[in-house]
Design a binder for this molecule. Sequence first.
Ligand SMILES: Cc1cc2nc3c(=O)[nH]c(=O)nc-3n(C[C@H](O)[C@H](O)[C@H](O)COP(=O)(O)OP(=O)(O)OC[C@H]3O[C@@H](n4cnc5c(N)ncnc54)[C@H](O)[C@@H]3O)c2cc1C
Length: 426
Amino acid sequence: MLRNGLVADLDRRFGRDYSVHGVPSGEAVDVLHATTRGSLALLLVDERVTAPTALETFARGRERHPLVERVLLVHRGKWSSRHPVVDAMALGRVDYHLYVPWVPIERVLYPAISDFLAAWDTSRDVPVVPLTVVGPARDARSHDIRDKLARAAVPFRFHDRASAAGRRVLAEAGQAAGRLPVVVVSSTGAVLENPTDADVVEALGMKTRPTTSRCDVVVVGAGPAGLAAAVSASSEGLETMILEPEIPGGQAGTSSLIRNYLGFQRGVRGDELAARAVEQAWLFGTDFVLTQPADRISARGGARVVRTADGTEVEARAVVLACGVTWRRLGVPALEAHVGRGVFYGAAGSEARAVAGQDVFVVGAGNSAGQAALHLARYARSVTMVVRGSGLAATMSDYLVTAIGATAGWRCSRAARWSTGAVRAS
Ligand SMILES: Cc1cc2nc3c(=O)[nH]c(=O)nc-3n(C[C@H](O)[C@H](O)[C@H](O)COP(=O)(O)OP(=O)(O)OC[C@H]3O[C@@H](n4cnc5c(N)ncnc54)[C@H](O)[C@@H]3O)c2cc1C
């Protein structure tokens, strides 16, 4: 039987870390209600079940377990753009699909389930982390460090300085009266007091200054365009250096889920996409220099010379400019004063858990606002989108508009809803 076979297959591989239960669909809702809140990782339901249907079970599952990942088991043979899974994914009612039969098991079932669990795993505490950050919970610099670590896909733990754990870490680090935030590096035991980005990056073993004065290609910017250029150049055997003033990922690194990137049929988190691209470029030999912007380019004979902010010059045969864009600020002085302390630009990934049970406002009607609203709606009590126009369709991709509309109708008390109007300084 399908259910028993799946339970046995999952139990064999994941049974040590997770308990795997198979229940008849009619009992699923009772089981969901009996399960302790927040502890359910995955819900796998066959598309063919009725009373309740898979989508009804998923809806009840999310009601009870807001972080659970929902996987629809799809039977082959109905390959059409009208397949229910297409709509369900677009409407945000299903997170992933898995084909039945899930063979070859090592290539299909296990990697997919590991990915689904990894997506759920980011929403819970990890036992061992390379960095621990302690600072005031509502502090711009503490937020900035957390945000960059999250975008760099570096696991870390954050403690408010006033919490028992925060006071303990500070005391153990001899920083009870130190300047906050404090970052403790597990591998070396180093304690960084109010560190710069470069201090943190160096503590993680990465380079912040060029160590060579000549190469074939300098790539300016480590967003998706720069990372793609670095992969291409270094895979052709060119000596490639990439300069980045922050950490890799660019705008894409702040995205909670990119669904339209080639090859990622179920979508990919922006930080994960960036981490994969960084590793790929690195494995081809790209030299990464982080927290170091290029501030001047000039010609020297046939070569181009890039000067970095610390005054180092690097000569290259070619320079690729992939500097992207920077955020447009809202320009409301009363809000600017609170940036990093309850007001954030593009921090849906790192701040999502902190908004649990709170009312959140997302300003903007572009794709990034849509992704943020959907992501935050899983944690916040309510999400209100503040938009200038009369709707979202003119500025947001259709799949996101559809998903937001479906969320609003789906559950009013914790759903994304949108209102129009302008943000004014008070
Ligand atoms: C929240 C969010 C969600 C998004 N979701 C999607 C989506 O789902 N699908 C989609 O298609 N697009 C999406 N986008 C848009 C997409 O991320 C961008 O189109 C893409 O990141 C552009 O890539 P880029 O490399 O050209 O520039 P950027 O991503 O802007 O990267 C530029 C890089 O250059 C660096 N840089 C700047 N100045 C210098 C300098 N002087 N020296 C060295 N480096 C410098 C920056 O620090 C940055 O890292 C999203 C954007 C955001 C913000």
